[in-house]
Design a binder for this molecule. Structure first.
Ligand code: NAD
Length: 320
């Protein structure tokens, strides 16, 4: 046995197979990162694999004297203090592609739910009504999808929406015209996208550039009949402004999977806003994605420890 790997946050055990079946690794799963069992395993661990629940900050790193790498089974690394890890020579890996399909398919579910009023109609039937008149929807065919962010997930959503007969335009300052042409997507200025899209779907990372990108001013410039979808990161939308826009009919509807504060506070105005579909950050929650992200990161961890190859680490340039 050469290396101890500590997996937490219910990382898929099936996905960790590449490490489990390799006798050089001793994989220990402790799902509660606040437990004494976790602290004890951490003190011996060479590798730590987490999802989003465990905060990997200074306090944790101080108790991990042998740690050489951290793997995040998923994309977002908001819960990992990367500069602190870098300063200790700890490589940080994520699994960027493993949940792309899951997130894109949830986006489609959100789009279809809001344009066809599926969740509202469901609530009405359950309450004893048979009200067909209140739930007339609109068709996607022939309408324009405006993607803000045309990375991995945005591109999948583009492909799926094209299959629904939608025209796709995108705003992404980091995608070249040639790339966009390959994708069959027309790149447009943000302002034009906001004015012309029937469905706007956000697929950007949360950054200084994207924080509160969608505020009252943007919502005012959207078509009155348009819908807004966010399965990227909370914080990209000013939630209070969205709640007001929905209540006043500034846009037709919205669907959100992610929120500025998660869990969504009980007092959030979103909870009572009309024409709004809410899901509790389910984008990556498919059986398939959980196995794939764990497998992707397990392979990175194995390569890093066995071959000493940390070139694909997020902080590769900052490791000494
Ligand atoms: P990605 O890095 O492949 O794509 C992000 C794209 O956003 C890139 O093409 C980038 O150029 C673009 N971008 C950055 N700043 C921009 C700006 N100011 N305006 C327009 N475009 C900008 O990432 P991805 O894998 O497609 O993930 C997209 C988002 O979805 C991320 O925030 C990720 O954390 C989130 N996500 C959420 C869930 C969920 O559970 N809901 C699951 C997976 C991913």
């Amino acid at each position: 046995m050469n290396w101890v790997i500590l997996a937490t946050d219910k990382v898929s055990s099936k996905g960790l197979q590449p490490l489990r079946e390799d006798e050089r690794f001793d994989v220990r799963s402790v799902d509660d990162s606040a437990s004494a069992e976790f602290s004890s395993a951490l003190s011996e661990a060479h590798g730590l694999i987490v999802r989003s629940a465990t905060e990997v900050g200074l306090a944790l790193l101080d108790n991990a004297p042998k740690l050489q790498l951290i793997g995040r089974a998923g994309v977002g690394v908001d819960n990992i203090d990367i500069p602190a890890a870098s300063s200790r020579g700890i490589a940080v890996f994520n699994a960027p592609g493993g949940n792309t399909i899951a997130a894109a398919e949830l986006t489609m579910a959100l789009i279809l739910s809001v344009v066809r009023r599926v969740t509202a109609a469901d609530r009405s039937v359950r309450a004893g009504a048979w009200d067909r008149a209140s739930f007339q929807g609109v068709e996607l065919r022939g309408r324009t999808l405006g993607l803000i962010g045309a990375g991995r997930i945005g591109r999948e959503v583009a492909r799926m929406c094209e299959a629904f007969g939608m025209e796709v335009v995108a705003h992404d300052p980091y995608v070249s015209d040639a790339d966009a042409e390959d994708l069959g997507v027309r790149l447009v200025a943000l302002n034009d996208l906001i004015r012309t899209a029937d469905v706007i779907s956000l697929h950007v990372p949360l950054s200084d550039e994207t924080r509160h990108l969608v505020d009252a001013d943007v919502l005012d410039r959207m078509k009155k009949k348009a819908f807004l979808i966010n399965a990227s990161r909370g914080g990209v939308i000013v939630e209070d402004d969205l709640a007001v826009a929905l209540a006043e009919g500034v846009i037709s509807g919205a669907a959100l999977d992610v929120y500025e504060d998660e869990p969504l506070p009980a007092t959030s105005p979103l909870r009572s806003a009309p024409n709004l579909v809410l899901t509790p950050h389910l984008g990556a929650s498919t059986k398939e994605a959980q196995v794939t992200v764990a497998r992707e990161v397990a392979i990175e961890v194995r390569r890093a420890l066995v071959e000493g190859d940390v070139s694909s680490a997020l902080n590769a340039d900052d490791l000494v």
